[in-house]
Design a protein around this ligand. Structure first.
Ligand code: ATP
Ligand code: MG
Length: 794
């Protein structure tokens, strides 16, 4: 080690030091929030390289979000002058994508395969079910998607799924048909990225040998949230040689609903014969009252591996608690506090507003806009998810891969070209008959529909030919014009924002191919694309041509394909506001691993947090508590907890009692800014309808961000599932609903859920509730004093 090299180990405590410098053997670092797990992991990478134990090429590091991957690369670059290009640092999805791109043939994928995001996947399933004439009331598409993803996350192909009854057999059948459809169209969903990559490695011995020999060190952050398939993938990649270094915190396991398995930690210890288990107990992030709150709260969980955190930082300020009458008042309070903090000299980006449910952000955003405070939402409607951007991307996808039916359906009649739903159905029939994509079926269609469709095909062909010599930003520019999108939005009344976003897409493309090559400006390439050439490696055993994934980009992916992957995988970054100092808004799920000077945890109300879908059972409640633990431990110096008496959500006013979590915090660490009132009798009679809000697979459809790692979660579905059980405090009686006038069996209409039939009634007056089986939205409990149910006469 030369004297000019920075001393990476200087500021570590003894346990951290030991962890960073462990020998090349499997290790598990189990430690609470803010104890330096991520810092240890990053420092270890730098130390391994600095001491010459491994070259950057020999490192594979898995993080939970793209944001975290970016930060890790940035920290490494700050620690030492290394070339991060050869390193594989990214999310599971990003890394699998990179590998599949390099070995697309072996993975039986087209070179230009596209990635379906969650919305794309849902629409693909809907399209399939329509084609197969499947009843979408008996089989809600969202549940079918859950079923498919569940199976994939357990590593099961349709043939391997056990179906015990006709209902499940149908689901398996749909899974099989969906897989066939994806294969035909050359698209993969998020779960498929992982499963396909796993299968690739398990089936190809030379490939496996190659990567096992290459990755000497595999490091995994947030290990507690890996699922079975990810664990199996890691194990396969590690082989018998690699030193796997896993860091995690069982108390922060918050993705069980998506198949994450804390049991992986115990399995890892056993199966890898872990000799080095290190605990870190010194917290460097939070002041005392904040840390005490986190420790006291999480002690209410029964199932823990057991560890504690201490800090030298002193008590600091107490945790502030605020009760608001309405959500608007809550938002006003937050904005006032933020303003005050800014006046004290804090950067806006050092302040985070966290919520349990995406829908809560609207009121806060509105208030921030009113106050003229820039903010950025993570995990909300991401830039690449906006309608106009998705339209533009669909054209680009068709240029890259005409067989992508999801893209085809999205824009074949946008802007309108007189191609109606009937024509499309006919086209879909023809495609099925010939077992080809819709684009390929166009020549078989006749009549007026045939000529409109023909014109569309020619448009795409022309775009493909004419963009061939263009650069990526030029291609995007060309496509948004030639497609008619720009002209369309120019005529639309509220089209200005959309035009700006299309313009921003050109900028995003320019940034993506930026001259810096693989700098941080285009971070997605760290994970999504093969970096610059090292050597292409060939092994001819078994007749397989193995190309090292570090081969030149041109061999594995065009800039357009790279950009499209980036668009599908990029999580949470709202590019339109990138670079600006902004207040941070996100769900708690999306806040994992991050830290801020001041944190606001909002909506601490029974039913919202803990979420009503989860509160029904022990596991669910413990996961909610872990989520609260994650939220509290994001704060460094100042923490605010707020709740409201009433809240508008999904068009309904909900009357709330404060969260039970307040009773689980140390009173001496709290400072009530509003008088602490005794909550009315807590509404607890929920056991009567266990099962509400769950899908058929027993998973609660709670509002969880994705993203978490790239929003790959049940965000959308959850939004709608939310509205059901409104907790009814005593004062809802004022709302009077003396005689409900409803009876079981009656047909009713609800403005949001549509038509349904009352299946049960209970309670009286303000407590009266009806269980309604909605034709399109399934079973829900509604408070009659709040929900506007209209009787339907027949
Ligand atoms: P989480 O569980 O939330 O992901 P973590 O265990 O990964 O937390 P880090 O984010 O690595 O914790 O560290 C928390 C904070 O403490 C960071 O700001 C980090 O720089 C700082 N920190 C960690 N170790 C030390 C140390 N030895 N000296 C000073 N600061 C430290
Ligand atoms: Mg961390």
């Amino acid at each position: 080690k030369s004297p000019s090299m920075p001393d990476l180990l200087a500021n570590l405590n003894p346990e951290q030091h030991a962890a960073v410098t462990l020998p090349d053997e499997p290790a598990l670092i189990l430690a609470g929030a803010g104890s330096g797990k991520t810092r240890v992991l990053t420092t270890r990478i730098a130390w391994l390289i600095q001491t010459g134990q491994v070259s950057p090429n020999g490192i594979l590091a898995v993080t939970f979000t793209n944001k975290a991957a970016k930060e890790m690369v940035a920290r490494l670059q700050a620690m030492m002058p290394i070339n991060t290009r050869g390193m594989w640092i990214g999310t599971f999805h990003g890394l699998c994508n990179r590998m599949l791109r390099a070995h697309y043939r072996d993975a039986a994928l087209p070179q230009t395969f596209q990635i379906l995001d969650m919305a794309d996947q849902l629409s693909a399933v809907k399209r399939l079910m329509k084609a197969l004439n499947v009843d979408d009331e008996k089989y809600p598409p969202k549940s079918v998607v859950n079923f498919i993803n569940n199976a994939k996350e357990q590593g099961l192909r349709p043939q391997q799924v056990e179906a015990t009854d006709s209902f499940n057999r149908k689901l398996v059948e749909l899974y099989e048909a969906y897989d066939a459809q994806c294969q035909r169209e050359g698209v993969v969903d998020f779960a498929e990225l992982l499963l396909r990559c796993y299968e690739l490695l398990s089936m190809s011995a030379p490939l496996r040998a190659h990567y096992q020999a290459r990755f000497r060190h595999i490091l995994v952050d947030e290990f507690q949230d890996t699922n079975r398939l990810q664990y199996a993938w890691l194990k396969m990649l590690a082989g018998t040689q690699a030193a796997v270094f896993a860091v995690g915190d069982d108390d922060q396991s918050i993705y069980a609903f998506r198949g994450a398995n804390v049991g992986n930690m115990a399995d890892f210890e056993r199966e890898f014969r872990v000799q080095h288990l290190i605990k870190l107990e010194q917290n460097y992030r939070s002041h005392g009252h904040i840390l005490d709150s986190a420790n006291t709260l999480i002690a209410n969980n029964a199932r823990r591996l057991g560890k504690n955190l201490r800090t030298d930082a002193g008590h600091g300020e107490p945790v502030r608690v605020y009760e608001a009458a309405t959500d608007t008042q809550e938002a006003n309070f937050i904005v006032e506090e933020i303003r005050a903090l800014i006046n004290q000299g804090h950067a806006r980006s050092e302040m985070a507003v966290l919520y349990r449910s995406n829908a809560q952000s609207r009121v806060i955003e509105h208030t921030l806009v009113g106050a003229g405070l820039p903010y950025r939402v993570y995990g909300g409607l991401r830039f690449f998810e906006r309608q106009e951007v998705k339209h533009a991307l669909a054209y680009l996808r068709l240029i890259d891969n005409p067989n992508d039916d999801t893209a085809f359906v999205r824009v074949v009649n946008f802007p309108t070209r007189g191609i109606g739903a009937r024509s499309l159905e006919q086209l879909a029939d023809v495609a099925r008959l010939h077992n080809c994509s819709m684009a390929a079926a166009v020549p078989y269609t006749t009549g007026k529909a045939g000529s409109s469709l023909g014109a569309f095909s020619r448009l795409i062909d022309r775009m493909r030919a004419e963009t061939l010599p263009l650069s990526l930003p030029e291609t995007v520019d060309y496509v948004i014009r030639e497609s008619g999108l720009v002209a369309h939005y120019e005529t639309e009344r509220e089209g200005e924002d959309r035009l700006e976003n299309l313009q921003e897409l050109i900028n995003a493309a320019a940034a993506f191919v930026g001259e810096e090559g693989y700098g941080l400006n285009a971070p997605a390439r760290v994970i999504a694309m093969a970096p610059n050439a090292s050597r292409a490696l060939e092994i001819d055993a078994d007749g397989l041509q193995v190309v090292d994934a570090d081969a030149p980009v041109a061999d594995s992916m065009t800039p357009l394909a790279g950009f499209l992957s980036h668009a599908s995988l990029e999580a949470g970054d709202n590019q339109a506001q990138a670079g600006q100092d902004a207040v941070q808004l996100m769900t708690i799920h999306a806040a994992k691993g991050l830290e801020f000077t001041a944190v606001f945890i909002t909506g601490l109300e029974e039913g919202l947090f803990p979420h009503e879908n989860s509160a029904l059972e022990q596991d669910g409640l413990e996961e909610e508590r872990r989520l609260m633990y994650v939220a509290i431990t994001r704060a460094k110096e100042r923490l605010y907890l707020s709740f409201t008496q009433s809240r508008m959500l999904h068009g309904q006013t909900r009357y709330n009692v404060r969260s039970r979590f307040f009773d689980e915090l140390p009173p001496e660490s709290l400072k009530w800014l509003t008088p602490k009132t005794e909550p009315g009798a807590r509404w607890g009679g929920r056991s009567d309808n266990a099962g509400w809000g769950r899908d058929w697979f027993g998973r609660s459809g709670g509002e969880r961000s994705d993203d978490g790692g790239r929003g790959e979660s049940g965000r959308r579905g959850a939004d709608e599932a939310y509205t059901g059980n409104t907790p009814l405090p005593a004062y809802a009686d004022k709302q009077r609903a003396a005689d409900t006038g409803f009876k079981v069996g009656q047909a009713v209409f609800h403005t949001k859920f549509g038509e349904g039939t009352i299946t049960a009634l209970e309670g009286t007056g303000g407590d009266a509730r009806a269980q309604v089986n909605f034709r399109r939205n399934g079973q829900k409990w509604l408070a009659l004093s709040i929900a506007k149910l209209q009787p339907i006469e027949d």
